[in-house]
Design a protein around this ligand. Structure first.
Ligand code: SF4
Length: 203
């Protein structure tokens, strides 16, 4: 059994919050467990709940398009949400739901160890940085517990206002550049075991 199946089964059986009794399907996330970038949205919506897959509605199609524009597709990345079950009528996640559900997200991040986490929208940003406002930090590479976090607006915002689409396009371009830089740094360390030794001695 691989980790994706293991977590999916654990999430499918979860009733740690009331959303577990209202969902049609859980939406654990999908993509590569060796992905160098993980995208985190807020929670499944209507279509995601019906299909059990993340980002499959109109916002999902826009997200796919943004990925394609920077030469990526879903097979290259991992996509998930803060919550794995849909809140009724797409209401905002409650603090107790976030607390109950995010251990799954933490396990996913620990397993994948991506070079960059891209937070989509204010809820996933505030999970990592509760006091930061997305309008002020979007498109900036932040550091959280030795992990790079890159906040961008949620693709659903771009469906409501084209201004957000332009910002997202630029932020995805920059994200790809950061990703290439971080991937190059990682492979330089992997290719040169001495550099790992040196960093221990530097301490
Ligand atoms: S939202 Fe998360 S914690 Fe709540 S029932 Fe679903 S999987 Fe469990």
């Amino acid at each position: 059994m691989n980790v994706t199946q293991y977590l999916a089964e654990e999430i499918n059986n979860c009733r740690k919050c009331s959303l577990g009794f209202e969902r049609t399907n859980t939406v654990p996330g999908e993509g590569l467990y060796s992905a160098s970038v993980v995208f985190i949205g807020e929670a499944p919506g209507y279509n995601e709940d019906l299909q059990g897959r993340p980002f499959v509605g109109a916002a999902g199609r826009l997200f796919d398009n943004l990925l394609l524009q920077v030469g990526l597709n879903r097979q290259d990345v991992f996509i998930t949400n803060i919550l794995k079950c849909r809140p009724p009528n797409n209401r905002d996640p409650l603090p107790a739901e976030i607390k109950a559900c995010t251990p799954f997200l933490e396990k996913q991040i620990q397993k994948i160890q991506p070079n960059i986490i891209v937070t989509l929208g204010r809820f996933s940003l505030s999970y990592f940085f509760p006091t930061l406002q997305i309008g002020k930090v979007r498109g900036k590479l932040l550091k959280w517990n030795n992990q790079y976090i890159y906040p961008v607006y949620h693709p659903a915002a771009a469906l409501r206002n084209t201004k957000f689409y332009d910002l997202l396009k630029n932020d995805f371009k920059q994200m790809k550049q950061f990703l290439e830089e971080k991937s190059a740094e990682t492979s330089a360390i992997t290719d040169n075991p001495e550099s790992i030794q040196l960093s221990f001695f530097d301490d």
